[in-house]
Design a protein around this ligand. Structure first.
Ligand SMILES: [Fe+2]
Length: 232
């Protein structure tokens, strides 16, 4: 009997190990040039008197199981067809990095590597996105099933980070919590549709910056994902 290769299903979440020397260089230079500026601290998504307790509550497993999952069609979703809410509750700033020296260098470098104009807006929700978390920063449970993209997220954390990324595995329904690590870390996430996307949340009590490259094209996504993890 022929030993036929199995068709491998792209995992919805992959923790990336950043091995490629050129990518490591780019990321180190990005951090050296600077990702945090005055504006990254100034604009928060909403005003609250108690960010800390809200950050704990809205990213908790209890809140997910008892509140979100009891009404998943109307709570915590983004971009679902016909949905008119304001998105998940968040305390962070989006879109800041393209104005920082590190962010600009990052965009230019990854445009060269991928051959994609990350800022051209040619695919909805595709290209480059960024967000920054400061103490009591969080993004509550949500699904990004309306984006229709494959994403690679590279995150930079301070020396002693206090935060996590938490998600529910679609197949096993198990909830995982990945603690933030100092320096750079990477993950890929599939956000194609209802079936091929996962519920997730993130919290950071220390400065953290996430830079996201989104692809409409699976092969281009896979090429960058492989490159990041290859030693050459
Ligand atoms: Fe998300």
């Amino acid at each position: 009997m022929l030993n036929q290769p199995k068709k491998v299903k792209e995992p919805l979440y992959t923790k990336l190990s950043i091995r490629n020397p050129k990518i490591v260089d780019i990321l180190n230079t990005t951090a050296e040039l600077g990702l945090f500026d005055d504006t990254s601290l100034s604009k928060f998504k909403y005003k609250s008197t108690d960010y800390e307790s809200e950050a704990i509550k809205y990213c908790s497993i209890d809140f997910f199981k008892n509140t979100i999952l009891s009404d998943p069609k109307t709570y915590g979703r983004q971009l679902q067809e016909g949905w008119t809410g304001g998105g998940p509750i968040k305390h962070k700033k989006n879109g800041f990095a393209s104005s920082t020296p590190g962010g600009q260098y990052f965009i230019k470098s990854f445009e060269e590597i991928t051959g994609i104009d990350l800022g051209d807006g040619s695919q909805p929700y595709g290209g480059f996105r960024s967000s920054v978390y400061n103490p009591d920063g969080f993004l509550s449970w949500h699904k990004d099933d309306g984006y229709g993209v494959y994403t690679i997220m590279l995150s930079y954390c301070v020396e002693e980070p206090d935060g996590f990324y938490r998600w529910m595995d679609n197949d096993t329904k198990e909830i995982h919590t990945e603690p933030d690590m100092p320096g750079w870390s990477g993950k890929s996430m599939v956000m194609i549709d209802e079936e091929s996307s996962e519920w997730h949340t993130a919290r950071s009590n220390t400065q953290k910056c996430s830079l996201v490259i989104s692809f409409g094209d699976y092969d281009k996504f896979l090429k960058l994902k492989d490159l990041i993890q290859s030693d050459k």
